[in-house]
Design a protein around this ligand. Structure first.
Ligand code: ATP
Length: 236
């Protein structure tokens, strides 16, 4: 079985800006992998390349062995994404938004309804099923983004700062949900600015800066080292 993510010498240039500068990263299937780095390090660009939102300049990027550009459909079908920006349909109750999403992935109406209900329950939003996204509180919006990412039952869940700006209690709730998904076999790629989040959740962490890999280590190794690499993320 190929790794969940494999990039080799991946480069993305926006004009003069080299957002990814030869990034080679492997995320084993089933792992919980953290991507850390300061603002502008290239984390979101890396994710957007994997899901096909931006075209790479050069190098290789594969998801479960599928090239993210040549085999776009297969690669994209394997991924559930919770992006940093909210890009949610605001005109329908959140239950319907989830059903539409599941429907795109080819499941029946009945199964889409089941999956939507299950995803809402998992994140603790079952009581809000008929509410529109805009009417949710900030914390509920974060919960919903996670529900939307998981509703297609993806093999790889990509979470771009899923707990940014939420209070400690909700952060811990979300950690429980995400950990449960990983325990059930879903590979997780998580970006975060919170070193504690990486320590609590991740098997392995890559630290990147200026589009380059600084190190790959277990959270324990990072803590033991107490290196500049950790400072780099704490400063972010
Ligand atoms: P943050 O932690 O702030 O979200 P990040 O690690 O996700 O940052 P990116 O958003 O990937 O970093 O940005 C990497 C670099 O690419 C930055 O210098 C950014 O200004 C630049 N960049 C990102 N998107 C674009 C774009 N669409 N056009 C031009 N430059 C871009």
């Amino acid at each position: 079985m190929p790794p969940a993510i494999r990039t080799d010498d991946l480069v993305k240039e926006y004009g003069d800006v080299r957002a990814l500068d030869g990034l080679s990263i492997t995320v084993p299937e089933g792992s919980f992998f953290g991507l850390l780095g300061p603002n502008g390090a290239g984390k979101t660009t890396f994710i957007n390349t994997l899901v096909g939102l931006v075209r790479k300049t050069s190098g290789t990027a594969e998801v479960f062995g599928y090239d993210v550009e040549d085999d776009y459909r297969e690669a994209r079908d394997a991924i559930g994404l919770a992006p940093q920006e909210y890009n949610v349909d605001r005109f329908f109750p959140i239950r319907e938004v989830l059903m539409h999403k599941a429907g795109y992935h080819g499941v029946s109406d009945e199964e889409a309804a089941e999956r939507a209900a299950e995803a809402l329950e998992t994140v603790g939003l079952d009581g809000k099923a008929e509410t529109r996204f805009d009417w949710l509180s900030g914390g509920m919006k974060r919960r919903f983004m996670l529900a939307r990412a998981m509703v297609t039952d993806p093999d790889l869940l990509i979470l771009d700062e899923p707990t940014a700006g939420v209070d400690v209690e909700l952060r811990h709730d979300l950690w429980e949900v995400i950990r449960g998904l990983n325990d059930d076999g879903t590979t997780i790629l998580l970006t975060t600015h919170y070193i504690e989040e990486a320590e609590r959740l991740c098997d392995e962490v890559a630290i990147i800066d200026s589009g380059r890999k600084v190190t790959v280590a277990t959270p324990d190794q990072l803590t033991e080292r107490g290196t500049d690499e950790v400072t780099l993320t704490l400063d972010a």
